[in-house]
Design a protein around this ligand. Structure first.
Ligand SMILES: Cc1ncc(COP(=O)(O)O)c(C=O)c1O
Length: 637
């Protein structure tokens, strides 16, 4: 152990303190050499982390919290929620020290904001490394939460206009042929005078379309944060669970359509909430209520920005996409669907976007109509047009199919629905982690998603509802938090969104969702979409080399999901075999029986990718499948 340097007043200097702390943690039993550096204690100014150091809540804010049952969003006294900056996670612009500030810091060089990501993917041509991933030190600000602005300060800032999408090399094998068509893609042809474009998606490079969809948000100053070049290895270090081993092998998480893994930033944010902010919200004249309310309402604002909503009042927190669709069915649906009315869904839907409508049409004597898909798994638009009529009240479709990965033309679907006088619900559960969404550009009346599929905790999800539509809807559950006034004769309800959030919600996990959104916006959904597209192409090519493997769902527009069956094996057998090699895939009907049956199956194997997956991981899976295929060949002979 080196001896720290004392400075003149007898105290240790910052770097020495950091060095001591790191040595201490590194020496703790169970820590691998090099592991255990204190979060951000590399060599940076030791600001005191005590919440007591926070300025007290302004009386006004605490009073506001006490006065009303309404979500008055009191402002906590200098509450400083964390947004940890790890070695792999560049800070958003608001957190990157301005040049002057950085220069003023004695430790700025060692601090924190890492250099841009290396623009390269794993060496996919080299032998696959199945060595354990070593936990990586994550330098950052000491007491990272002190480096953050308050929750409310994270309101949309005026940000630079979005950079145009470009074909960026990730070093994928076989990527060269992708560059040419990408470069030659025409700019968007938006529909004129209410006419839906004949072909709204000009390519299967969906992330380019996503870039277009962001334009309206950008015009309101909601452009995403600038972000550095994408480096998958750096991203992976943000997800501690990716260092797990399963059956002695490094975990390969290809079950992202079921749920995604959580970055350290989200894990830390939850811990911070319970350590410094935990309280019920919207009530009580005390500091923690103010902090928790700030954090919760700040998360709502982040979701609004993330979806391109025009106001955070259009964002309702629910448990997940399933609860969100049930909310719409029971509130809007019960009030607006009558006997003989029609609800249109697609054949691709998850059960969550079928069953609530089945229940509603049964109750009301209405009818459920289904848009079929072609043999690639894409919606048949001509058939859809034929289903619309003056009885159509609602069109409810997924933006991305969880079973096949098909990206559906939701903007065109919504436009046609509106022309028929119907409302539109978009199930974005599989979309939000892969492509940028703008609910205004999509003209969605409702948009739902689940936090856990976008790197946030389970048990939290979102319903976006167009303000006018929400205003007209009755509550679907009754209780505290959603009322203005109650007597034994009547209840007067809050306005949206509080009207739809009866009782104590999932406060901490909503805050975690806000942190997840911060995280992916730092990386940039355009980078994510672009990387995942190349990875999907790579994986698809690999799967095609496996004898006896049949891909289910081959639409030109796809996001991160593959489905297949393998001759001679039940899907569960393939899933189990892959599991023995540390590879997690889903095998089953994926809660989407109608679409799986459309392809003559009861179940498929479904590897689903995220931006932390690599070509090397894909290679491991393809090899395992080749082994299975060859064993099956031997069994048959
Ligand atoms: C397309 C789609 N919709 C809805 C859901 C339901 O999501 P949750 O179970 O999180 O409510 C899922 C979950 O897989 C899904 O993939």
């Amino acid at each position: 152990m080196t001896t720290p340097t004392a400075i003149s007043d007898g105290l240790l200097d910052e770097a020495a303190l950091a060095a001591l702390a790191n040595q201490l943690f590194a020496a703790l039993p169970g820590n691998a050499p090099g592991f255990g550096a204190v979060h951000g204690l590399s060599a940076s100014p030791p600001a005191a982390p005590s919440p007591r150091a926070s300025a007290p809540a302004t009386p006004a804010s605490a009073e506001a919290a006490a006065r009303s049952d309404a979500p008055a969003a009191p402002t906590a006294g200098a509450t400083a929620p964390p947004s940890p900056v790890t070695s792999a996670t560049p800070a958003p612009p608001s957190e990157v020290p301005a040049p002057g500030r950085a220069a003023a810091s004695s430790a700025s060089a060692a601090l924190a904001v890492p250099g841009p990501y290396a623009a390269a993917l794993p060496r996919v041509s080299s032998p696959i490394e199945r060595t354990p991933a070593v936990p990586v030190t994550t330098p950052g600000h000491p007491y990272y939460f002190l480096a953050e602005s308050s929750a409310l300060a994270s309101q949309p800032a005026a940000l630079a206009p979005a950079a145009p999408m470009e074909a960026r090399p990730f070093g994928m094998p076989g990527e060269a042929p992708l560059r040419e068509p990408l470069a030659s893609l025409a700019p968007p042809s938006l529909s004129a005078a209410g006419e839906p474009a004949a072909s709204p998606r000009s390519s299967h490079f969906y992330f380019l379309d996503a870039t277009r969809e962001r334009a309206p948000g950008a015009a309101r100053g909601f452009a995403p944060d600038a972000h550095p070049a994408f480096d998958v290895q750096a991203v992976r270090r943000d997800f501690p669970i990716l260092s797990e081993r399963v059956h002695g092998q490094p975990l390969i998480w290809f079950d992202n359509a079921a749920t995604t893994q959580k970055p350290q930033a989200v894990i830390d944010r939850l811990a911070y909430f319970y350590t410094h902010e935990n309280s019920n919200i919207h009530r009580a004249a005390h500091e923690l209520a103010a902090r928790a309310t700030d954090a919760y309402e700040s998360a709502r604002s982040k979701v609004a920005r993330f979806l391109g909503a025009s106001s955070s009042d259009e964002i309702i927190f629910v448990r997940g996409a399933t609860e969100g669709i049930n909310l719409v069915a029971q509130s809007w649906g019960r009030a607006n669907i009558g006997a003989g009315d029609e609800i249109v869904v697609s054949q691709l839907e998850h059960h969550a976007n079928i069953v609530p409508w089945l229940q509603l049409v049964k109750e009301k004597g209405a009818k459920l109509r289904v848009i079929p898909v072609d043999d690639s798994g894409q919606i048949l638009m001509q058939e859809y047009r034929g289903l619309l009529n003056d009885r159509t009240r609602l069109v409810a479709v997924s933006q991305v199919s969880n079973a096949l990965g098909t990206i559906t033309p939701v903007a065109e679907i919504a436009e046609l629905a509106h022309r028929a006088g119907a409302r539109v619900l978009i199930d974005g559960a599989q979309a939000v982690s892969h492509l940028r969404v703008n609910v205004q550009a999509l003209a969605a009346d409702f948009y739902v998603f689940s936090g856990h599929k976008v790197f946030a905790p389970t048990g939290i999800g979102v319903v976006f509802g167009n303000a006018d539509v929400l205003e007209s809807m009755p509550p679907w559950q009754g209780g505290g938090n959603m009322i203005e006034d109650v007597t034994f004769e009547r209840a007067i309800y809050q306005r949206p969104p509080a009207r739809f959030e009866a009782g104590t919600g999932n406060i901490a996990d909503a805050v975690g969702l806000g942190a997840a959104i911060d995280y992916i916006e730092r990386i940039g959904l355009e980078s994510i979409g672009s990387y995942e597209h190349d990875l999907l192409v790579y994986a698809t090519e690999g799967l095609r080399t496996v004898p006896g493997l049949h891909l289910i769902g081959t639409a030109a527009d796809k996001a991160s999901v593959q489905s297949f069956v393998l001759d001679g094996y039940r899907p569960e057998e393939v899933g189990s075999a892959l599991n023995r090699e540390g590879i997690a895939v889903r095998a089953g009907h994926h809660c989407a029986q109608p679409i799986v049956r459309r392809f003559g199956q009861e179940a498929t194997v479904r590897p689903s990718l995220a931006f932390y997956n690599t070509c090397a991981e894909v290679d491991v899976m393809i090899r395992a499948l080749h082994r299975l295929a060859s064993q099956n060949g031997r069994r048959r002979s």
